[in-house]
Ligand binder design. Structure first.
Ligand SMILES: *[C@@H]1O[C@H](CO)[C@@H](O)[C@H](O)[C@H]1NC(C)=O
Ligand SMILES: *[C@@H]1O[C@H](CO)[C@@H](O)[C@H](O)[C@H]1NC(C)=O
Ligand SMILES: *[C@@H]1O[C@H](CO)[C@@H](O)[C@H](O)[C@H]1NC(C)=O
Length: 416
């Protein structure tokens, strides 16, 4: 009797315990299902927000999907400051602004891969579609399409002009005047990116400040597997109002840049230069239209891409005070961290390798209020990690200066 009672009791206890465990497991599953469905919902929402309805879709052989989107449906108009914005095409005088020189021959070959597969109808612009995998590769949905913030480990580092955290640059700098435009022919290469979170660029920066806090408009080419999902060389545009902290992004991955032309931001470009072989370069220029305060972007001297409207800029809408031409490697393994990343800059060769080996920029020009393209008055080659990436300005009297930059990254023994 006693025994039976005890057994009954244990049975009951067992049932209660079982129910508890069952309940707990259910709760947990429920929580997991809920959080994954929340992420799923957020991804869906972000994709819906970024990818606008397409009038026509083009499948590019490089794997990109290109959507032809009505020009007034583009992401820019999601920006609160651009709700009533009217599109202003690049004024002719800026479109016609170019160096009257020769050397046009090889440039005309540069193209975007997707153009082999079609074109967009009138009134629409081609936009690279963002897919689920692109978002999943990002550290967070909020950081998607953004460079890491420009900051220093500590103020001593900053005062000593040390490398800002997680980025290393080699560039030609001009400061001290009001610049309302800059351009260069940028040599095209396909450097290796060694770590999944790294990227490398060859680009022009126009900034409102040469210090750690700046606004910038930027353009050039990049290899950025995290953002684009492959190791291809791609044309990009970038802007920030707060040193990459919370505003701006690559291409059209956030609202701000107004696209007017038929070039895909973030689209692959080619052909790529080869060592001791054919060299290719692409002319990139950014120009302020002082009346509107819009910064216009053009390619190959006379192809209008679009603009950064004054509404999204601070003092940069009046002029830039610093211009940089060069390369940047973004990686957790630069600066004091060892081993240094093996992500390459430029062609992957140091700047002293020269033509057909090192990445160059030429036809480097600024525009001031005279509205003429000029070679900048004072230029300084700068490099933050001289044993990893170098910068050399080859400026001899009587010839067009050529700026060389780049390097392999990790290079024993000096860049360990
Ligand atoms: C857009 O226009 C509406 C109506 O005129 C106005 O109320 C609103 O403030 C404007 N928004 C911006 C961002 O200029
Ligand atoms: C700041 O950086 C310097 C230079 O690398 C280093 O010597 C110093 O210990 C750092 N200070 C702090 C507070 O971390
Ligand atoms: C730099 O990388 C480190 C290491 O991953 C990370 O913890 C840090 O937040 C990064 N700093 C910036 C400014 O992005």
């Amino acid at each position: 009797m006693e025994r039976r009672h005890e057994t009954e009791m244990w049975k009951r206890k067992g049932t209660v315990l079982f129910l508890w465990v069952f309940f707990a497991v259910c709760m947990r599953l429920n929580v997991e299902a809920k959080s994954s469905s929340t992420l799923e919902t957020q991804i869906e929402a972000k994709l819906k927000q970024l990818n606008k309805p397409a009038v026509k879709t083009i499948k590019s052989e490089d794997g990109d999907i290109i959507d032809c989107v009505n020009i007034y449906d583009q992401p820019a108009f999601d920006h609160p400051a651009l709700k009533n914005h009217t599109i202003k095409m690049m004024p002719n005088y800026l479109l016609e602004l170019k160096k009257s020189s020769t050397e046009e021959g090889l440039k005309s070959e540069i193209f975007q891969t997707w153009q082999k597969s079609g074109s967009c109808p009138k009134g629409t612009i081609p936009i690279r579609r963002i897919v689920r995998e692109d978002l999943l590769r990002a550290a967070s949905l909020d950081n998607f399409g953004r460079k890491p913030p420009h900051q220093y480990e500590n103020s001593t580092d900053q005062a000593n002009g040390y490398v800002p955290e997680n980025r290393s640059s080699a560039y030609l700098l001009t400061v001290g005047y009001n610049y309302i435009g800059a351009q260069a022919d940028i040599n095209l290469w396909n450097p290796k990116v060694a770590q999944t979170n790294d990227f490398t660029t060859a680009q022009i920066w126009l900034k409102n400040n040469n210090g750690p806090y700046f606004e910038s408009v930027e353009s050039g080419w990049t290899v950025n597997p995290k953002l684009y999902g492959d190791g291809a060389t791609r044309f990009f545009a970038y802007w920030t109002r707060d040193s990459y902290r919370s505003t701006g992004c690559f291409d059209l991955t956030c609202s701000g840049f107004v696209q007017t032309g038929q070039v895909v931001l973030g689209g692959t470009i080619g052909p790529i230069s080869s060592f001791y072989g054919q060299q290719y370069d692409i002319n990139v220029g950014m120009f302020l239209e002082p009346n509107s305060g819009n910064w216009y972007l053009k390619l190959k001297n006379n192809i209008a891409i679009g603009y950064w409207p004054a509404e999204i800029m601070g003092s940069l809408r009046h002029s830039a005070i610093a211009v940089q031409w060069g390369g940047q490697v973004s990686s957790m393994n630069v600066g004091k961290k060892t081993p240094h990343t093996s992500t390459q800059m430029g062609s992957g060769e140091f700047a002293n390798g020269r033509f057909q080996q090192s990445c160059f920029m030429r036809n480097i020009r600024i525009v001031d209020y005279s509205l003429q393209l000029k070679y900048p008055r004072d230029v300084t080659p700068m490099t933050q990690e001289p044993f990893c990436y170098t910068a050399v300005n080859d400026a001899r009297p009587g010839i067009e200066p050529e700026f060389y930059f780049g390097g392999p990254g990790r290079d024993l023994p000096h860049c360990p």
